[in-house]
Design a protein around this ligand. Structure first.
Ligand code: 6GU
Length: 251
């Protein structure tokens, strides 16, 4: 997969060169380029913002640098998209607290794309005409991490690229570890323990030492349901929770 990010703070994204995603880039599984929006300005001050029409607080990002940056992204991505294979427009994610919610399901969907682009806004946002213009070249998706406000899209993009990147085949060494984690089946994950079996007076639940795989699976399933009911009850009405045997859902 190829990912392009446009930002006025390209260094903000440098942690994406570390750890699992760093290895994926070394291995050629993931190609990540971060573009500096100011490279697409031509005035002495490399201006990317201006005052809002209609008045109000803060500044708005000017449209022209964005169109030039996104054209550069399209050019860089074109080699990765075979028009026979990828007839749809490439996806452009615009991080915004006003977007659709980012979920594990959306992460899976995005992980199937050959290319992704992310446009990091700052200040009060990007001139709306950029999204209109971009809609003829990309499938534009404003996406939010949750109901709170960040200073800009960079931290949100870091989270989204990590969530998507780890779903690309070959990025996570043991694909089994993707199966039983939180949200993979619509529930929160079960609690885990390691040695020693007794620590500061706290014992590992006996069932986990029993060697009885059937009992262990049942216990873990119950724990998932208990935890989800306590912390995120709204998830129990969703998708795959039904796969867990009937009455247990009443916990
Ligand atoms: Cl994606 N962007 C910004 N700026 N703030 C957010 C967000 C995104 N998601 C939650 N808050």
């Amino acid at each position: 997969m190829r990912i392009d990010v446009v930002s006025i703070f390209p260094e903000y994204l440098s942690p994406l060169r570390l750890s699992l995603l760093g290895r994926a880039q070394e291995d050629g599984i993931l190609e990540l380029e971060v573009h500096d929006l100011r490279d697409f300005t031509f005035d002495r001050h490399r201006t990317v913002d201006d005052t809002p029409y209609g008045g109000g607080a803060g500044m708005v990002m000017k449209p022209e640098p964005w169109s030039l940056a996104l054209d550069a992204v399209l050019a860089a991505q074109s080699a990765k998209r075979d028009p026979e294979l990828h007839a749809e427009l490439p996806t452009l994610i615009v991080p915004s607290p006003a977007g659709e919610l980012f979920t594990q399901s959306l992460a899976h969907e995005l992980a199937g794309e050959p290319t992704l682009a992310f446009a990091c806004g700052r200040y009060e946002g990007i001139d709306e005409r950029v999204l209109d213009w971009a809609s003829e070249r990309f499938r534009v998706r404003p996406v939010s991490l949750g109901d709170y406000v960040l200073n800009g899209g960079e931290v949100a993009v870091m989270a989204m690229v990590e969530a998507v990147g780890r779903l690309i085949p070959g990025v996570v060494g043991n694909p089994e570890s993707l199966v039983e984690e939180s949200h993979s089946d619509g529930l929160l994950e079960y609690p885990v323990y390691t040695k020693p079996s007794s620590w500061r007076g706290l014992d590992v639940p006996e069932v986990l030492l029993s060697g009885n795989h059937g009992r262990i699976a049942k216990w873990r399933r119950e724990q998932q349901l208990r935890r989800t009911a306590a912390r995120r009850p709204e998830l129990l009405d969703g998708a795959d929770a039904a796969q867990f045997s009937g009455g247990e859902r009443e916990i």
